[in-house]
Design a protein around this ligand. Structure first.
Ligand SMILES: NC(=O)c1ccc[n+]([C@@H]2O[C@H](COP(=O)([O-])OP(=O)(O)OC[C@H]3O[C@@H](n4cnc5c(N)ncnc54)[C@H](OP(=O)(O)O)[C@@H]3O)[C@@H](O)[C@H]2O)c1
Length: 260
């Protein structure tokens, strides 16, 4: 049987790009997203190109549905080789303008979901397998307007580090990608929903194509690496965080990212 890859948020954007990339490398891919029609369409598009793909319409925040899914995958396939915690959502807004319900759901999808998915699926990962988390450059620092997203993506990095230590005896590689802007439906929605004060200056270049980013991340997902940088801007952010004294770091980041 071919190697198995589980990818959350795989009906479009970066998740679908990972599924396509892995299916071209011979993996059987399990695509997870909430909307049945779009996730099945994505899996069908992979099968049409000769790949192996199955779809599951599941909300990663739903413990009961996710437990049932994990049991089903275990029964059908036994072990998995790679889990990609990709699903995440973002609402750009100041904290005071975010309803508590939206805050809770965003944290549920972007932090609790990956934690739950990892808890349920990591026991099935074969020795030498991998877990890849998709965080963000905004998991390394907190720009205004991204407080909840940054909390989730930063929390994800520390969570992944703990999991890496907990799983070391099983030789499971744990990696966190910290990408910058990627041309996906989610990114287009983010741009469309930016509050006025954020439109003034954007420290952003052209978004990268999702297939290029997925390929770059997968090619770096090996050995003792932990953080995976898919573009030089985020690597620079990481260097600023670690090497530049606090006051100067503040000046740099305030010049790069707008404040209300
Ligand atoms: N695009 C960027 O510029 C960028 C930059 C840095 C990091 N990232 C991160 O990369 C990841 C993918 O981003 P993207 O831009 O490709 O996103 P996207 O285009 O918005 O796609 C999100 C995917 O996640 C699924 N999803 C959302 N909520 C879910 C839930 N509760 N349960 C299961 N599936 C769910 C969506 O399908 P359904 O709606 O049908 O569930 C969809 O398949 C995210 O974690 C994002 O934070 C993106």
């Amino acid at each position: 049987m071919s190697k198995m890859a589980i990818i959350t948020g795989a009906s479009q954007g970066l998740g679908l790009a990972f599924a396509e990339h892995l299916s071209q490398s011979g993996y059987t891919t399990v695509l997870i997203a909430r909307t049945p029609s779009t996730v099945e369409k994505a899996a069908a598009s992979i099968r049409e190109k000769g790949g192996n793909a199955v779809s599951y319409a599941v909300d990663i925040t739903d413990e009961r549905e996710m437990t049932r899914l994990a049991e089903d995958i275990q029964k059908r396939y036994g072990t998995i080789s790679i889990l990609i915690n990709n699903a995440g959502i973002l609402h750009t807004e100041t904290l005071e303008n975010m309803p508590a319900e939206e805050i809770r759901y965003d944290l549920d999808v972007s932090l609790f979901g990956p934690v739950l998915t990892t808890k349920l699926f990591s026991p099935m990962i074969e020795t030498g397998g991998k877990i890849l988390f998709i965080s963000s450059g905004f998991g390394l620092m907190g720009p205004a307007g991204y407080s909840v997203y940054s909390a989730a993506k930063g929390g994800m990095i520390n969570f992944a580090e703990s999991v890496k230590r907990e799983l070391h005896k099983r030789k499971i590689g744990v990696y966190v990608a910290v990408p910058s802007d990627i041309d996906t439906p989610g990114f287009q929605m983010e741009l469309a929903g930016l509050p006025e004060w954020m439109k003034v200056s954007q420290a952003r270049g052209k978004p990268q194509p999702a297939d290029k980013v997925a390929g770059r991340i997968m090619s770096r997902c090996s050995g003792n690496r932990f953080l995976i940088f898919s573009d030089p801007g985020v690597r620079m952010l990481h260097v600023v965080n670690h090497l530049v004294p606090g006051r100067i770091r503040d000046l740099i980041l305030n010049a790069m990212f707008p404040r209300p």
